[in-house]
Structures are given as C-alpha cells and as structure tokens.
Design a protein around this ligand. Sequence first.
Ligand code: NAP
Ligand code: GLV
Length: 331
Amino acid sequence: MKPKVYIARPISKEVEEYIGEHCDYRKWEGKGKIPQEVLMEELKDVEGVLVQNASVTNELLEQAPKLKVISNSAVGYDSFDLKAMKQHGVLGTHTPFVLDETVADLAFSLVLATARRVPELNNIVKQGKWGKQKDSRQFFGTDVHHATMGIVGMGRIGEKIVRRARLGFEMEVLYNSRTSKPELEEKYGIVYSELDSLLEKSDFVVLIVPLTPETHHLMGEEQFKTMKDSAILINCARGAVVDEKALIEALEKGEIYGAGLDVFEQEPVSPDNPLLQMDQVAVLPHIGSATEKTRAAMLMKAAENLVAGVTTGVPENVVKELQGLLEDEAI
Ligand code: NAP
Ligand code: GLV
C-alpha cells in the first residue's frame, strides 16, 4: 500500500504525477491559501504534507498522529514550530540552493530600482508629467556601482548577492553573519563587520537572514539612527526582521533615504500601510523566488523531499534544527 499524503497548495501536473507514482494523495483545490482549519482536518490520517509556508503549530501536530514529514516549498521555515516538531518527531524539509540566483537577482533589482528611483520616475512618465519639472535634476538618483553594500546574512543567497555586487558593480562589500566566512573574504575581497559598523558605513544595507527569535526586529529605531541618512535598506528576508513602525519613522524623519521591500510584517501588506505612500520606497509582493523556472524547481524539490520522507524516512533537505531526528526516522 502506498503512503497517504496531502498536497496543500497548487502544483503542476508533472509534480502531481511524480507524487502519485509513490503515494496516495488528496489535494487542496480551493481558491487561495488553504484555511488552517481545513489543513488540520486533512492531516488527521496522512504521513506527509507538502505546504508553502503554512503555519505548523503544536495544535496542528497534535491532531496529525501519523505525520512523518512536512515539506515546505520555500527555503525559509520560520513558519515551523521547531520545538513542537522535535517533540512530535516530525521532520521538516525546505528547498535550499535551487532559488539562490533568482532571489539574488531580485535583491539587486530592488537596489537598482530604489537607487535610480525606477518605480517613482516610471509613474511620472506614465502620468504624462515628464517635462513638467522645473529642473531635470529632480530626476537624479544615486550610483550603485562603486558604492558600499552591507549584507546582513552571508549564507547561500548572500554569497550570490556578493558575486553580483563585487564582480558586476565593483562595490565594496561589508557583511555580518553569525560566523565569519574567511573563504568568501579570500575569494571576493569582502570584509566581516559588526552590525553597527556595517550600518554606519553602508550605502545599501541588504537583509537576507532567516527570521528567528534572534533576528526578529534586528533593524529597529537605534539601527536606523546608525545608518547614513542617504542609505537605502533592502529587505528580501522576512518582514519581521525589520520593526516596520521604526522604519516608517526613520523614513519620515529622513534618518535613512529609502527602502526596497519584498517582504512585510503583515502579508499581503495592508493598503493603509504608510510605506505604500512613500515615493522613495519600492515595494513588491514577496516574489524573491517567483520565476517560472525556479518555482517549478522548488516544487519538484519539495515533492522529492515529501516522497523520500514517507518512503525512506531520510529526505535530502531536512532543516538543520531537525536533523537529529533522522537517526530515529530511518525505516
Ligand atoms: P542560509 O544559507 O541559511 O543563510 C542565512 C545566513 O544568515 C547564514 O549565513 C547565517 O549565519 C546568517 N544568520 C542567521 N542568524 C543570524 C543572526 N542572528 N545574525 C546575523 N546573521 C545570521 O539561508 P538562505 O538560503 O541564504 O536564505 C536566507 C533567508 O532569506 C531565508 O531564511 C528566507 O527567510 C529569506 N528568503 C526570502 C525570499 C523572498 O522571496 N524574499 C526568498 C528566499 C529566501 P551562519 O552562516 O553563521 O549560520
Ligand atoms: C521565500 O520566501 C522562501 O523562503 O523561499
């Protein structure tokens, strides 16, 4: 008998066929994101589930006694209650590597868009306001090439951003991470920096850390005061790495110049959020990895993790905090 799994988000025919070869499955066919109560009901008799950032709580796990693996089609897994998963012996997997270049492209598009004021000036042209300015200096932006970029989080994606910054734009790069990366310092000529010093010196501060209790509101009032008043903040990590209220105040007071945001504390962002009214803020709907090719690769990787999780107990991409469960899991 094949193991039973649940597919909690839309997937392609190819991925569905692959899962179907190895598992009996049901899937979410409703509109939009699966409601949490439906997910909880569906998990009562299955051994595995494929999700995209669904909230995995102790309550959900208590009602899913057969569950062995939760496969997240994303690299970030702040939606997992890791302590509860450990207690229930449920593996969690994610999709590292396949999205790195795509997310780095997006981070750089926000750097360029904010520096050269692309969304703001695009609107001016489309609204027929080109030529109505007293002075063409009103269109001036700031240079990206040869500027200083401070990257917070030097992991898989951080490294891809470095390559673009150093080799493409000849920028100076400072970085902050939990541990220093001598091999990357050697390879790219980047410099480890304490966070305060990185904030003081950088023209662009790019956040690409996981959201954890340590990184929650890593950027707050004090950190914005430390940044240059000409600096631009780019957040491609998770919304809650930034204290959004403090960011709004810093922008209003001119403590920093601008921001490029792919992520928000509340998603979808509220239409009333003051950040949406600011010309010097470029906003996107959490699309770091959203290209056809990369999302297809992420879903296939998530499906492979799901299938391996329920058939062998040893999926490839178990998140590091849960790797200790693998010894007990192998069947
Ligand atoms: P990764 O390879 O695990 O890299 C994360 C880096 O952050 C590591 O270098 C880690 O340091 C560092 N770090 C962790 N906690 C830190 C702290 N408290 N202070 C400073 N640095 C810290 O992860 P990744 O694949 O690059 O992805 C990073 C995050 O980006 C994901 O977790 C996700 O939330 C976000 N993301 C967003 C999108 C999007 O669509 N916007 C797409 C993909 C990913 P060590 O190396 O010392 O462990
Ligand atoms: C997207 O945000 C991801 O973590 O993959």
